[in-house]
Design a protein around this ligand. Structure first.
Ligand code: NDP
Length: 282
């Protein structure tokens, strides 16, 4: 029987745990504060920012919203970040991506102080992850590790194949699986004979951004399949990078879309915000 990994339930569990931690911090006179910056009015970004604010409210994290017009210059944005970096009452800074074309994203990511980088995108956070030092970890891959662990999936010693090598999903995912003692292969668009690579996987992480690309020919029987992709189909329904109906019957566990990896990203952002106090205090 295939285990359907329930990201909604696991993220709810994590949020409950965080609620308790935030209350304990409040009882000790500490408040966790996240500053969320959005530039422009991209519809998807507005939904994501709204969900992040709601999650903060639910957990008891104070959120400061900076909704800046599309015309905001790079210098103005960098000045705001510099001010938030200095503020002792702000623990985390999040800049919603994508930014308008006239603003260089890399420059903005690098301007956030690594001790407040709750998205885990700063090169210092990425470097800390690589050498096993404390720091913020990118939320989606961190959420996937939680999904695996809380579903009883053993990672140590397993063949793990990550398809996709982006800075926010594929690469940190590979580092995290390695940290958990998995044997890790990273595949990408230049990988030859992808099917033979993914067929080796005990744990397959699909993060390519191609709707339903992974059919059962890519999957080893009994594998655990984690689907990071999220796409809206013509019939308005959501699907992932994995052809769920085709693959689910042959694997031991699988994440659905929606309700798998998606809900974990915000839960882990909230986790990073709560952790920020400890990280800031060394
Ligand atoms: P990117 O577009 O940044 O990266 C895609 C990666 O997939 C690249 O490394 C690319 O290889 C590789 N790739 C593309 N086509 C193929 C192919 N045919 N065969 C093998 N590899 C291929 O995407 P992201 O990492 O940002 O996101 C991946 C997916 O995850 C998207 O659908 C995105 O919407 C979703 N996502 C979901 C989140 C969630 O919370 N659920 C959060 C973040 C992303 P190369 O490097 O060679 O170009």
């Amino acid at each position: 029987m295939t285990q359907v990994i329930d990201g909604k339930a696991i993220s709810a569990q994590i949020k409950e745990e965080l609620k308790g931690k935030v209350q304990a911090l409040k009882n000790a006179g500490r408040e966790v504060t996240l500053a969320v910056i959005q530039v422009g009015e991209d519809a998807a970004s507005t939904v994501y920012v709204g969900n992040k604010k709601k999650a903060c409210e639910y957990i008891g994290i104070r959120s400061l919203a900076y909704e800046l017009p599309e015309s905001t210059s790079e210098t103005e944005l960098l000045e705001l970040i510099a001010e938030l970096n200095k503020r002792t009452d702000v623990n985390g800074i999040l800049v919603q991506l994508p930014l308008p074309k006239h603003i260089e994203e890399d420059k903005v990511i690098r301007s956030i102080h690594p001790l407040k980088d709750v998205d885990g995108f700063h090169p210092a956070s990425v470097g800390a992850l690589c050498i096993g030092e404390p720091g913020f970890v990118s939320c989606t891959p961190a959420g996937i590790i939680q999904l695996l662990k809380r579903s009883g999936v053993e990672i140590a010693g397993k063949e793990c194949v990550v398809v996709g090598r982006s800075n926010i999903v594929g690469k940190p995912m590979a580092m995290l699986l390695l940290r958990e003692n998995g044997t890790v292969t990273v595949a990408h668009s230049k990988t030859k004979d992808l099917k033979s690579v993914t067929k080796r996987a005990d744990i397959l992480i699909a993060a390519v951004g191609k709707p339903k690309m992974f059919t059962r020919e890519y999957i080893k029987e009994g594998a655990v399949v984690i689907d990071v992709g999220i796409h809206r189909m013509e019939n308005k329904k959501l699907c992932g990078d994995v052809d769920y109906e085709d693959v689910a019957p042959i694997c031991s566990a699988i994440t659905p879309v929606p309700g798998g990896v998606g809900p974990m990203t915000i839960a882990m952002l909230m986790h990073n915000c709560v952790e920020s106090i400890q990280i800031q205090e060394g």
